[in-house]
Ligand binder design. Structure first.
Ligand code: ADE
Ligand code: ZN
Length: 326
């Protein structure tokens, strides 16, 4: 359709993308073989069949198993480059990508190995595809504050290559306030801050991410709509929400895509964006998220253009860089 053609040709930024969530089953099987790592699937097809999730934790259990095939610097490089090839096909011009270092350091992979592999692929991407990128390192919120501080310490030699810290993994029972001190320390190092909030957790966690973690963006933020005072605050401060429709569907945040709040968010004047989260697990990269969401909730051409604009406005690019994309 015309709307799909518009989506495909619009320049976009992607602001919510876990690199480890771009690990396609084919690459998982190939890397398992290459590295002699055991995975619970005999084939890519078998892995795909297992991707039927009841909630966030159910997904995370498979996500942390899948990433065990990532061992060498080359693995991280190949994973990252494969993502950017797909992003290029979707006309993504800028990406701010998450890495979960604790998913690797906790199983004995060196932090610097991950960083070298990812960053060399980012450089190659800028040369080959003219896609710019920034790196956001997420703390795993189901692990301790102490472990997060260890991760922040490992970041110090890489500060000029890290844009922000984030907060990911199991939200329920792990409120933003658990990481108040480590986020303050990250701010003192000059890092920007984002946090997953209101994906499964309550609107209060969104408020806490703003008040306690002083975040520059909210990842997801769906549950903020339960609190109209919070909605007014998000609107008044032009806070960016990095929304992920196919993720919300796969993890049962919404029963049907027709029930997805993306249209409501735009109608309320919120700076919502569309992103792919863990595309290898949730059935589509960024354009597929735009297309499926647009069809399901009836986005207009103007809505789609606004979403693409919001993706640059909400990015950590400088003001002139942003305007060059609009
Ligand atoms: N890690 C990878 N994907 C995630 C998500 N959707 N929510 C929280 N943590 C994640
Ligand atoms: Zn996410």
């Amino acid at each position: 359709s015309d709307l799909h053609a518009l989506i495909e040709r619009l320049p976009k930024a992607e602001l919510h993308l876990h690199l480890e969530g771009t690990l396609e089953p084919e690459m998982m099987v190939a890397l398992a073989e290459r590295n002699g790592v055991d995975i619970p699937y005999a084939s890519a097809q078998e892995a795909r069949k297992a991707y039927d999730f009841s909630d966030l934790q159910d997904f995370l259990d498979l996500y942390y198993v899948g990433m065990k095939v990532l061992v060498t610097e080359r693995d991280f490089h190949d994973l990252t480059l494969a993502y950017f090839e797909r992003a290029h096909a979707d006309n993504v011009r800028h990406a701010e990508i998450f890495l979960d270092p604790q998913g690797h350091t906790e199983r004995g992979i060196d932090f610097d190995v991950c960083m070298r592999g990812v960053l060399s692929a980012c450089e190659e991407t800028e040369e080959r595809f003219a896609i710019t990128s920034k790196l956001i390192l997420c703390f795993l919120r189901d692990l301790s504050e102490e472990k997060a501080f260890e991760t922040l310490e490992a970041c110090k030699p890489w500060l000029d290559r890290i844009e922000a810290v984030g907060l990911a993994s199991a939200e329920k029972g792990n409120p933003p306030s658990k990481f108040a001190r480590v986020f303050q320390a990250a701010a003192d190092l000059g890092l920007k801050r984002v946090a997953h909030a209101g994906e499964e957790g309550p609107a209060e966690y969104v408020e806490e991410a703003l008040d306690v973690l002083k975040v520059d963006r909210i990842d997801h933020g769906n549950r903020a709509l339960d609190d109209m005072a919070l909605v007014r605050r998000l609107k008044a401060t032009a806070m960016t929400l990095t929304v992920c429709p196919l993720s919300n569907l796969a993890l049962k945040g919404v029963a049907r895509l027709e029930d997805h709040p993306i249209r409501t968010m735009l109608d309320l004047g919120l700076r919502a964006t569309v992103n792919s989260d863990d595309p290898a697990y949730f059935g589509g990269y960024v354009n597929e998220n735009y297309r499926r969401a647009a069809d399901a909730v009836g986005l207009t051409r103007e809505d789609v253009i606004q979403l693409a604009k919001n993706s640059f406005l909400g990015s950590f690019l400088g003001e002139e860089e942003i305007y060059a994309h609009l």
